[in-house]
Unconditional design. Structure first.
Length: 143
């Protein structure tokens, strides 16, 4: 069980960063979360797509995806000024989804999430990163 310092209260929901079976660190529900609840906003430096392309090449070479496209002119880089949301892993069968509202990217519950369950959402990269998906044994998708 993580220490109290590892838990973060976001929009009334407690979530925690812990070691993940999917990849590196993950984010877990410390209490049940109801379907469609806004869990956390994906924070990070707001940059241009051209700057994002340059940074993403470096991140992807290390097997990481940190940049989240907000719209055609803006991208959030969770590796610079990001929060706990950057540790939510990809899954082809996610329990969360992303919602863009202005410059804010919300991670929301796609279904009821149990206490202790890892939060995941589909990164929707179309395989551009060229990273093998590890969401479950036998998954052949590419992030």
């Amino acid at each position: 069980m993580p220490s109290k310092r590892a838990e973060v209260t976001i929009t009334g929901r407690r979530i925690a960063r812990r070691k993940s079976r999917i990849a590196g660190a993950g984010v877990y529900a410390c209490e049940p979360i109801n379907k469609n609840t806004r869990i956390v906003d994906y924070q990070g430096e707001l940059i241009s797509p051209s700057k994002s392309d340059w940074r993403e090449r470096r991140y992807q070479a290390k097997g990481m995806v940190w940049c989240f496209t907000v719209n055609r002119r803006k991208v959030r880089d969770g590796n610079v000024g990001g929060n706990i949301a950057r540790f939510i892993n990809h899954s082809c069968r996610p329990n969360c989804y992303s919602e863009v509202a202005g410059d804010t990217v919300w991670i929301r519950a796609a279904r009821n999430i149990r206490k202790g369950e890892e939060l995941t959402y589909d990164y929707n990269t179309g395989g551009e990163a060229g990273i093998s998906c590890q969401c479950r044994p036998g998954c052949t998708a590419t992030i």
